[in-house]
Ligand binder design. Structure first.
Ligand SMILES: NC(=O)c1ccc[n+]([C@@H]2O[C@H](COP(=O)([O-])OP(=O)(O)OC[C@H]3O[C@@H](n4cnc5c(N)ncnc54)[C@H](O)[C@@H]3O)[C@@H](O)[C@H]2O)c1
Length: 323
């Protein structure tokens, strides 16, 4: 896709800034709406002087900010949200305000201003306590955290808006995304950047549980690809759908730790001696997560490129050069 006007909400964040980067590179005009609550200005530094890039500092909970951001926009890639299961357990009110209240505001503003397509970040947490593996889009259980509830409610709103107002929507259920620019700092940091930063400082990472918990860790380039495909797909059957976006591969936390440690040790041999510590299981976490990506393959022609090990090679190198 080129020559389109794209809004990336949450564009200063990890996934959002990678989308801004990629959609600018492919010749589009990109607007970013962000309130910098978890996003960083340095993630936008590379685009600041690009005439095709515009930053709107604002909040999706403010309807006027939403209206300003969607003006003359063809496609919205909605990624602004408060991530993290533990954050939503500690403060369910703010997560709900942003992830549901803000979602409805930006969705309604998009519909009001005639946006052609609204693509949004959904989450694998929506599978909740459903036991089946791999996860198939239409088989979900009860959500296990306020965060998971917010992400599921967003899907309901999007489907309802598609029916009621005729706006095209596509939900991308991401599975544990990782890669360049994912924040290693703060109480709610994701496991891969957190482990990496600790290993670089020769600290001992803590694994929650016995390390058998598994996830379908998904490299950022696969997520970027899915957003491009969802932006251009024309087949009517592919619209107003939810898709798992993952690599389709299960990795336990133990395996993950050793992958990262061994890769990091190529830069600093002393890291090889570090063994993980183990702690209690985290509330609200699902025990295993593995995606079926058949639907995205079939309807979007999604074809993930890097698997977890190859993605980790890129990510570890990036952290080594940038932290
Ligand atoms: N990273 C993952 O593994 C993953 C998995 C599933 C779903 N998701 C979803 O993908 C999206 C992006 O996640 P991420 O990992 O890049 O997180 P992130 O925290 O790096 O990015 C979120 C961005 O949204 C912005 N934001 C938050 N509240 C806002 C508000 N009220 N108004 C405007 N901007 C606001 C933040 O400042 C930040 O720049 C989120 O919707 C998240 O729920 C992420």
């Amino acid at each position: 896709m080129k020559d389109s006007r794209v809004l990336v909400t949450g564009g200063a964040g990890f996934i959002g800034s990678n989308l801004v980067d990629s959609f600018l590179l492919s010749g589009n005009k990109v607007v970013c709406l962000d309130n910098f609550s978890t996003g960083k200005r340095e993630n936008l530094k590379a685009f600041a002087t690009n005439p095709k890039f515009k930053l709107i500092e604002g909040d999706i909970r403010n309807y006027d900010d939403c209206l300003k951001a969607v003006e003359n926009i063809d496609i919205v890639l909605h990624h602004a949200a408060l991530g993290s299961v533990p954050r939503s357990i500690k403060d369910p009110m703010t997560s709900t305000d942003v992830n549901i209240g803000g979602f409805v505001k930006i969705l309604f503003a998009s519909k009001e201003s005639g946006v052609k397509r609204f693509i949004y970040a959904a989450s694998s947490s929506t599978y909740g306590d459903h036991p089946d593996l791999p996860k198939i889009e239409d088989k979900i259980g009860s959500p296990l955290s306020p965060y998971a509830i917010t992400k599921y409610v967003d899907e309901l709103f999007a489907a309802n808006f598609a029916k009621t107002y005729g706006i095209d929507v596509i939900g991308l259920r991401y599975f544990n995304v990782f890669g360049r620019r994912q924040d290693p700092d703060g109480a709610y940091a994701a496991v891969i950047p957190k482990f990496m930063k600790m290993l670089m400082k020769h600290e001992v990472p803590l694994i929650n549980g016995d390390g058998s918990v598994s996830r379908d860790f998904t490299y950022i380039d696969n997520v970027v690809q899915a957003n491009h495909l969802a932006s251009v797909v024309q087949n009517k059957d592919a619209l107003n759908q939810i898709y798992n976006i993952a690599h389709g591969e299960k990795t336990s936390l133990n395996q993950l730790f050793f992958f990262i440690r061994n890769l990091a040790a190529e830069f600093d041999h002393d890291i090889l001696a570090i063994e993980p510590a183990y702690g209690p299981v985290r509330a609200g976490d699902i025990p295993h997560s593995l995606a079926s990506i058949e639907k995205a393959k079939k309807l979007l022609s999604y074809s993930p490129t890097l698997n977890v090990e190859d993605g980790l090679k890129e990510a570890v190198k990036w952290y080594w050069e940038n932290l």
